[in-house]
Design a protein around this ligand. Structure first.
Ligand SMILES: [Mg+2]
Length: 459
């Protein structure tokens, strides 16, 4: 796993040292020697992780971090603050400024690599979600303001924190510190059940194997994304690294500092909520936005979003694209005679026959009412007319069985076909020609296929 790391430090020797260590592990390294340069490079180069020195003349590390976190272009990039060895107040300030993590000078190379790797893994998830969010926005599926509001509202709500620790004094401190804000459950051995927002587990426990708890949580589907904070020993780096490698998002050292604990928990919970909200908005939003609820086919919005670029490519010399517009004949009669429930059954069965008659790359849509369309990428008018004729036979060839077998209805369909041609073609002109074909098919007796302009009729 590689990543682009931006190193920011005012001392040239420090930059070179970190650069050498990271390059050795095949990370891609960028450097900056002051705050302004760091902000510029972060914005322009979009690194995956930023290693940020706190003490710099001019703009210090906190201010750089605050500005990074205030900009929507750089907010999602994890920041590791580099602080002095006993810089406890520095670390708290750093977390308040929005930093994800910190390292102390002199930097332990094993810790450095472990932290950078752990944050790279997180960054991959964030990037994936952001990509999907961008796609959703393009489709009009995601209202950015609404999702941002949801995040703000969720940020301060109490979280469910599960603590697994068999050290009584430590467990009591954890409960005392966190219970002010959160709902805390403390167990002295691994316990099942519940769905916490955060797991705090000791890898120093005598009565159970904390590493096993981390590994199990990380591999089980419902808890795969659960943030984990591991309690470790500052004098036992092996344990710290093992915890991070197994998938803990963060570690805290014994004896636990209550302010640091609160700050780290706040960061982890914030991140969890950010991810949850993004995921929920996306999954639901995308599905609602592109699917016709009755038939499960794509809807008109999806068709528009995909047809336009295909037609544009075709008009620039790319592969031809064809469209079928299909309308169930005399559908009103079905509704009038049998009622809307049976009408809906017919629509669903019709959609199923379309779907089973498509190539995997075709896009079957319900445009509304009893009108459907199929976009056929990489198809000429001839091929599309053959496909339309096959669909027509597939619909007329066997009756539609409705009311659990009580009724068998003869259903037919009229289809207009058009394929892209010429440089002036747009999605609108293409759909319009297919519509004209459909109109002709209806006028000349229904249950037939009419190809328009350049697409010769199939029969
Ligand atoms: Mg410095």
């Amino acid at each position: 796993m590689s990543a682009r790391v931006l190193i920011v430090d005012d001392v040239e020797a420090n930059v070179r040292l970190l650069e050498a260590k990271l390059t050795l592990e095949y990370f891609d390294v960028l450097t900056a020697s002051n705050g302004e340069e760091a902000l510029r490079k972060a914005e322009r180069e979009r690194p995956d992780i930023i290693l940020l020195d706190v003490m710099m003349p001019g703009m210090d590390g906190y201010e750089v971090c605050r500005r990074l976190k205030a900009s929507s272009a750089t907010r999602h990039i994890p920041v590791i603050l580099v602080t002095a060895l006993d810089g406890r107040s520095e670390r708290l300030l750093g977390l308040d400024a929005g930093a994800e993590d910190f390292l102390t000078k002199p930097i332990d190379p094993i810790q450095l690599i472990a932290r950078v790797k752990s944050l790279s893994r997180l960054k991959i998830v964030i990037d994936e979600l952001r990509t999907r969010e961008a796609a959703g926005e393009q489709l009009g599926a995601i209202d950015e303001r609404r999702s941002a509001d949801a995040l703000l509202a969720a940020a301060d709500a109490p979280a469910r924190v599960l603590v697994v620790d068999d050290n009584q004094r430590e467990a009591a401190l954890l409960r005392r510190t966190l219970a002010e804000t959160h709902n805390v459950a403390v167990h002295d051995e691994p316990a099942g059940g519940g769905s916490p927002d955060l797991l705090i587990v000791s890898v120093l426990a005598k009565g159970f194997d904390g590493f096993r708890v981390i590994a199990k949580m990380r591999s089980a589907e419902p808890t795969r994304h659960l943030p984990i904070l591991a309690i470790t020993d500052p004098d036992d780096p092996e344990k710290t690294i093992r915890a991070l490698e197994l998938g803990a998002h963060d570690v805290i050292y014994r004896p636990i500092d209550s302010e640091e604990l609160a700050a780290r928990v706040r960061t982890l919970v914030k991140r969890k909520r950010y991810m949850d909200a993004l995921r929920a908005t996306l999954d639901r939003g995308l599905e609602l936005a592109v699917t016709d609820q009755l038939t499960g086919l794509f809807n008109r919005r999806y068709l528009s979003a995909h047809l336009e670029p295909m037609v544009l490519r075709a008009s620039c010399g790319g592969d031809s694209v064809a469209v079928l517009v299909a309308d169930i004949d005399h559908f009103k009669r079905v509704n009038d005679t049998y009622g809307h429930d049976v009408g809906d059954e017919v629509l669903k069965e019709f959609a199923a026959r379309i779907a089973t008659n498509c190539r995997p790359t075709d896009i079957p849509c319900r445009l509304g009412g009893e009108e459907f369309a199929i976009v056929m990428p990489n198809a000429t008018g001839d091929v599309a007319c053959l496909a339309a004729e096959r669909l027509r036979c597939h619909v007329a060839g066997a009756p539609f069985v409705v009311r659990r077998g009580a009724e068998r209805l003869e259903v037919t369909v009229s289809i207009g076909v058009a394929a892209s041609e010429g440089r002036d073609e747009t999605a609108d002109t293409l759909l319009k020609r297919a519509d004209e074909g459909l109109y002709q098919a209806k006028r000349s007796g229904r249950n037939r296929v009419v190809g328009k302009a350049g697409a010769p009729p199939a029969r």
